[in-house]
Write a protein that binds this ligand. Structure first.
Ligand code: PMV
Length: 359
């Protein structure tokens, strides 16, 4: 195979991951639960080349983004070698030098929108590279490998509602698991975009500073598993009020730990706070709406499909909200083309990964 194209979507965590285990390998300290979001897509083409290169949204890219992409390619290759050795197989993938790859990736949503573009980027790259390198990893294995580069990327391998357990002391491989399928629950996420500039403190930097210096971090570690368990049970029961209140609790507790870091990490701007107040006002007026915020100033408002239009109208009118994006549960990362085989419109070379409710 000389080339492959994969697509993947970002995801939004209802139960947040914030903080890593100390001994490395990017193992989360707390369990998380997310919805993979349709309507925003990363498309990544990988092809054999003379050297590794990365082109992001039409721009040749070096530095950290490129290093992380190459690190994922190396992991995918080395893991294949380890598996062969483990199973006593002869020579093959994962041995010797890894073939070099040209990566061309494109997001159809603004990278600065705080919508976890790294999650969809590394999920799509894992699937496309696995095809071109012929490493034959399962979705589970790809989730574990992508998770090592960006924990949230491990969740975008799957569609619908997805959980990622906390890492144990020796928990490798740690991979995300599908919890409920795309059509389990017609939820919508209305994103209130409150700035067009990139965030100042990235998630890894923010969570590492929090775990090192925040006196509230121990409280977060104690609280997060219970918040996660409540969200998980209520997602399976389609109980929006319980999910929504716990989603706000997860986000606010996460941000409280970051605010108490030294120096304090403040991801919000004025509009972030205005949207939070507006969401609670809408609830008092009878609209089901709940907010969550990641490592940036945008607010994501969770509601039912039947109320999405009304919520969008209200949120879009708040001063400081530049625009809104509406997203719904979507499918996991998948291959759409390989070696020049153009599948028919809508056809897939591999089935997107999902699961039955409660599986
Ligand atoms: O996986 P990362 O490094 O992109 O960190 C994700 C952190 C949050 O978005 C704030 C929470 C989450 O679980 O997605």
């Amino acid at each position: 195979m000389t080339h492959a194209i994969a697509v993947a979507h970002p995801n939004i965590a209802l139960a947040k991951y914030w903080g890593k285990r100390e001994h490395g390998r990017n193992l989360p300290s707390v369990p998380s639960l997310s919805i993979t979001l349709a309507g925003m897509t990363t498309t990544t083409r990988v092809e054999l080349a003379a050297m590794d290169t990365l082109e992001l949204n039409g721009v040749a890219t070096v530095g950290r983004a490129c290093e992380r992409a190459v690190a994922l390619l190396d992991l995918i290759w080395q893991e294949a070698g380890r598996e062969r050795q483990h199973e006593g197989q002869g020579e093959g993938q994962g041995e010797g030098e890894r073939p070099r790859l040209r990566i061309v990736s494109h997001n159809d949503f603004p990278t600065s929108a705080g919508l976890a573009s790294s999650a969809s980027a590394f999920a799509a790259l894992a699937v496309a590279a696995n095809a071109v390198l012929a490493t034959g990893h399962s979705t589970e294995r790809l989730s574990s490998l992508a998770r090592r580069i960006s924990a949230s990327a491990g969740r975008s391998l799957y569609g619908g509602f997805v959980e990622l357990p906390a890492g144990g002391d020796e928990a490798e491989p740690l991979f995300a698991r599908p919890l409920a399928a795309v059509d389990h629950w017609p939820l919508r996420l209305v994103v209130a975009v409150t700035t067009e500039t990139e965030k100042e403190v990235g998630s890894t930097e923010g969570m590492n500073a929090t775990s090192r210096t925040s006196p509230l971090y121990a409280g977060w570690l104690a609280a997060a598993p219970d918040i996660f368990a409540r969200i998980r049970a209520a997602v399976l029961a389609r109980d929006l009020e319980t999910v929504g209140l716990a989603v706000e609790e997860s986000a606010l507790t996460m941000h409280a730990t970051a605010l108490a870091a030294q120096p304090g990490i403040l991801y919000w701007n004025g509009a972030t706070v205005e949207v939070m107040h507006a969401v609670r006002r809408l609830r008092r007026q009878g609209l089901p709406a709940y907010f969550t915020i990641d490592a940036g100033p945008h607010v994501k408002v969770l509601t039912l499909a039947s109320h999405a239009a009304a919520v969008t109208t209200e949120i879009a009118a708040i001063p400081g909200v530049l625009r809104t994006i509406s997203a719904e549960p979507g499918e996991g990362a998948r291959l759409i083309e390989a070696s020049g085989t153009e599948p028919a419109e809508g056809a897939r070379l591999i089935e997107p990964s999902g699961a039955e409710p409660g599986a």
